[in-house]
Design a protein around this ligand. Structure first.
Ligand code: OAD
Length: 245
């Protein structure tokens, strides 16, 4: 049986299915990935742009980069992969999506009960964590009327509501993602499977006995350990799989 049919067979009888997504799922929507050809971390330094130290040293540069990315993302629409996953979560009670993406395209596609491990590029937080500001607030203005944007409560600098390198993920999100590794089928889609703790979820799912699959255009660290690896653009391969269900 070919890999796609094998996976389809498991999905047909599965109660709980968890899909972990990464930047590759949004590539067809026009959003650059991080590590592949043309990836953001090929042309920009994560250390200079995506760490608390970088923000402390030069908030203007960090915000210019995030404002540019917000502009890029604001014009993008969900693709077939987002749409298939959204429909799965809407029609099957225990089929869920965990994403590392901060572009909100899963939300735009209508995904139910999405776990966003790395936050959202359209949320902001008070750098001073002032008592008046909520944990994070939504701000979809592109461009910002004032740069860098400020906390509306205390006037301190605002920061992007994303998780930077060296920062802990939200404990509630980690717990939610971890709980979803106890599933019948676990799929890693469009992720290089290199960044922890997200990358560890696949290992956890295997420990729980899940049937595992990868959707990617290339081989990754995950390829060796999954039950089936499906090569090709996920916006095509996932739609093809969906047609078999
Ligand atoms: P990466 O850029 O590391 O990996 C994207 C993966 O998607 C690669 O393995 C590509 O081969 C694959 N890919 C590209 N286009 C595809 C397509 N159309 N169909 C299927 N696969 C495709 O992105 P992530 O794994 O999401 O974190 O990166 C994880 C985290 O590292 C990000 O959330 C971000 C980054 O630094 C933070 O900023 C904290």
């Amino acid at each position: 049986m070919n890999p796609r049919h094998r996976l389809a067979t498991h999905l047909t009888t599965a109660d709980s299915v968890t899909v972990l997504t990464g930047a590759g799922v949004s590539a067809a929507s026009g959003i650059p990935t991080f590590r592949g050809a043309g990836g953001l971390w090929r042309n920009f330094s994560a250390t200079d742009l995506a760490t608390p130290t970088a923000f402390l040293r030069d908030p203007h540069t960090v915000w210019e980069w995030y404002a540019w990315r917000r502009g890029q993302v604001a014009d993008c629409e969900p693709n077939a992969a987002h749409r298939v996953l959204a429909r799965w979560t809407q029609t099957r009670p225990l089929w869920r999506v965990i994403t590392q993406n901060v572009d909100d395209l899963h939300v735009k596609a209508g995904t139910r009960d999405l776990v966003r491990l790395h936050g959202s590029i359209f949320e902001l937080r008070c750098w001073n964590r002032c008592s008046a500001s909520p944990g994070a607030w939504r701000d979809e203005r592109v461009p910002f009327p004032e740069m860098p944007p400020r906390c509306p409560h205390c006037g301190a600098l605002a920061r992007p509501g994303v998780v930077w390198f060296g920062e802990a993920l939200d404990p509630g999100d980690i717990a939610a993602a971890d709980a979803l590794t106890a599933c019948d089928v676990f799929i890693a889609a469009g992720t290089s499977a290199l960044v922890y703790p997200a990358a560890g979820l696949l290992h956890r799912a295997r420990t729980h006995g899940a049937f595992t699959a990868e959707f990617n255009t290339e081989s990754t660290e995950a390829t060796e350990i999954v039950d089936v690896a499906i090569r090709g653009p996920v916006e095509v391969t996932l739609a093809e799989l969906d047609a078999l269900l």
